[in-house]
Design a protein around this ligand. Sequence first.
Ligand code: C5P
Length: 235
Amino acid sequence: SRTAVVIPAAGRGVRLGPGAPKALRALNGTPMLIHAVRAMAESRAVSLVVVVAPPDGAQEVKTLLDDHALPDRTDFVVVPGGDSRQESVRAGLDALPPGIDIVLVHDAARPLVPVDTVDGVIEAVRDGAPAVVPALPLADTVKQVGPAEAPDAPEPVVATPERATLRAVQTPQGFDHATLRRAHDTVTEAVTDDAGMVERLGLPVVVVPGHEEAFKVTRPLDLVLAEAVLARRRA
Ligand code: C5P
């Protein structure tokens, strides 16, 4: 079986503060996207990585990949993305050659995911799951809130889901290629992850263990944590 990875990296990353698109920000001197690409290519099962660049930044991203050492046994392709993460992932799927039967979708914003997590996802798809998500239990209790009664009023809590049944979902998420393609061709609601689209098809999605180091670099503090993780790996 052949496995490809689509890396949506077309987001602006506004929550990280002003500057370059998030995926192009440096972590210890190397762009986040390069860390993410290397993390995927580290898996021996991965034969192709499709990077989805900002719509006006495909050439810049191609140059970036050319300028960094990447493994020979993996092919790398860059395509321009869209306005939403969903559109960007679809652009990545459109670029897949025939013969790919497993597809992973991995956020460029999770540059430090360990290869064991990647391989665990691929293995679960090989074992027959149409969709697989790596996930971790939550440290925080989560509250569902309703709309505030006035613009300055506090939000009311409407429910507290039982924490033990909740999981924080990471990437790479893994899919049977035909299933993910069908989800992208038929589901029109906006979702925040790809497995959510497969759920809309009524197909089973299963969880495998995620990893602390697969956290998403979203806010400025996450950059501090990511650089500390890299420093610890080098020590
Ligand atoms: O915004 P969020 O952190 O959820 O983005 C997750 C991933 O989706 C990031 O890697 C980001 O670059 C990507 N993305 C994209 N195209 C968009 C929006 C986000 O590829 N239009």
